[in-house]
Write a protein that binds this ligand. Structure first.
Ligand code: FES
Length: 97
């Protein structure tokens, strides 16, 4: 279980994670929020169906893929949250338009 070292203060923002409001710090990454909410169940691999979680947190490994505002395959470690952002885990294969 991941937790803040300090709780969000009044300047914190709220994002929507799979339909639930979640407080977040300004400029916290999408990956950090999803790790805090789901831990090791961060995403499901489209290759073998196993669980995956962010590894490098610097844009190299692509283990942090998430859906952000309806757009799949975003690298969660590189996307800072903003007020009202809609975030979802990426559970398996995604459709490409
Ligand atoms: S955690 Fe490795 S690219 Fe995001």
């Amino acid at each position: 279980m991941l937790r803040y070292c300090t709780e969000p203060e009044s300047a914190a923002i709220t994002v929507v994670v799979e339909g639930q409001p979640v407080p977040a710090h300004v400029d916290e990454s999408v990956a950090a929020v999803l790790l805090r909410v789901f831990g090791a169940d961060y995403r499901i691999s489209s290759v073998d169906g196993g669980t995956r979680a962010p590894y490098c947190l610097m844009g190299v490994c692509f283990e942090c893929l998430a859906e952000v505002d309806g757009v799949p395959n975003r690298q969660g470690c590189l996307v800072p949250v903003r007020e009202g952002m809609v975030i979802a885990r990426q559970l398996g294969r995604t459709e490409v338009d």
